[in-house]
Design a protein. Structure first.
Length: 173
């Protein structure tokens, strides 16, 4: 078993229960609203007087909020630090396979699929209309109270969903 040695105990009173929501700027709010509702199945909860659109997928009022951008396009990577990606869990690999076909049929760029390593999850990464990357995944390793995580020699990186399925990870580490 591997122990995560980079984690240290802190005395903070903050105990985050879950990630709440992502708010990000887009170049065309209506186009991005269509992407989140028609491709990812979110529902519009609200719109406000500033042109923001609030989207939900479960009980929370919103998980994603879209803000009208001040620019016509996402800044290039050379401009500095960037939003890398947001990952959302789905039920199982069958959903990933159906989603991959669905995204391909709609011409939505898939930028990665398979298993990257740490966490052991199988995922599919794709771009929204502004080129931001989002991931759907399943099968994330769960870390118990002992803090032990999968050792790097078990990461077994794969570049397709099929390869990841053909080479499953050990259930214990």
């Amino acid at each position: 078993m591997s122990e995560n040695t980079t984690q240290t105990k802190t005395l903070t009173p903050i105990k985050v229960r879950k990630l709440g929501h992502l708010v990000y700027e887009v170049s065309d709010v209506e186009r991005s609203t269509a992407f989140w509702t028609e491709v990812l199945g979110f529902s519009v909860s609200d719109r406000n007087e500033f042109g923001m659109v609030f989207l939900r997928t479960a009980g929370d009022h919103h998980s994603i909020a879209l803000v009208p951008g001040k620019q016509a396009a996402r800044p290039p990577a050379e401009a500095g630090l960037q939003f890398h990606h947001l990952a959302m869990e789905v039920d199982d690999v069958d959903v990933l396979l159906r989603a991959r076909d669905f995204l391909h049929e709609r011409g939505i760029p898939i930028v990665y699929e398979g298993r990257r390593g740490a966490g052991g999850n199988i995922g599919l990464e794709f771009e929204d209309p502004d080129g931001y990357t989002f991931e759907i995944y399943c099968g994330m390793d769960q870390v118990g109270p002992d803090g032990h995580t999968r050792p790097p020699e078990q990461f077994n990186r794969q570049t397709t969903i099929e390869k990841a399925l053909a080479q499953p990870l050990p259930q214990r580490w």
